[in-house]
Design a protein around this ligand. Sequence first.
Ligand SMILES: [Zn+2]
Length: 256
Amino acid sequence: MNEAPPQPGCCLACGAPSVQPFYEQDNVPVHSCLLVDERSDALGFPTGSISLGFCTRCGFITNTAFRPAVHQYSERYEETQEFSPRFRQFAGELAEHWISRYGLRHRRVLEIGCGKGSFLELFCELGDNEGLGIDPSYVPERIRGGDRLRFLQDFYDERYGPICADAVICRHTLEHIGPVRDFLRTLRTGIGDRTDTIVLFELPDARRVLEEAAFWDVYYEHCSYFTYGSLARTFRASGFEVLDLTLAFDDQYLII
Ligand SMILES: [Zn+2]
């Protein structure tokens, strides 16, 4: 990932010098889901600033004060929501929907930001697929695995080169990435000349966050905020064709 601070005023989705600040909050813990051993570690945890800026050209919202170097995505990061029956039900329905809509059976699936790997495992079980998951917080002991599932404890970037997968899944990850256009272009370059690779992203809908004033969904890990329009525009500008764009999970999530 690009560790350089963003250029002041420049949009990381469309590149235009048209980002206008509208919300600021200091002293925000830089992680929300990192487990620490001691109470004192929690109380003394590093903090950063949130300064949300809205791009008047493409609608993308970003934390212009975001500094990715403070983050420690590792085995200590606990992102899973699979202990919630409601979330498990949602994940199962989503996997079945994607498999049937896009014919993803007996295929090769790459999941970027797979966390502990439970969704990829389910996706491969339901569709009889082969899966590769990449995530720095992957923990081998947390998943049964199997011959057709592989995991890499790493960040995805251009080092992974050409992508040999029929589908690429990326859930609740893009909102943690600052240079979103660079990331999507790296993915598109990796897919190369293929035009039939299915790319499936899920992330929070910023419109709901703003309408509900859902301040609990504005935190330091979330540096990038998309709505329908800005998400579709950014994907198209990165070389993708948008086949479907919907809301899910009580309209909390965007699925593209
Ligand atoms: Zn923009």
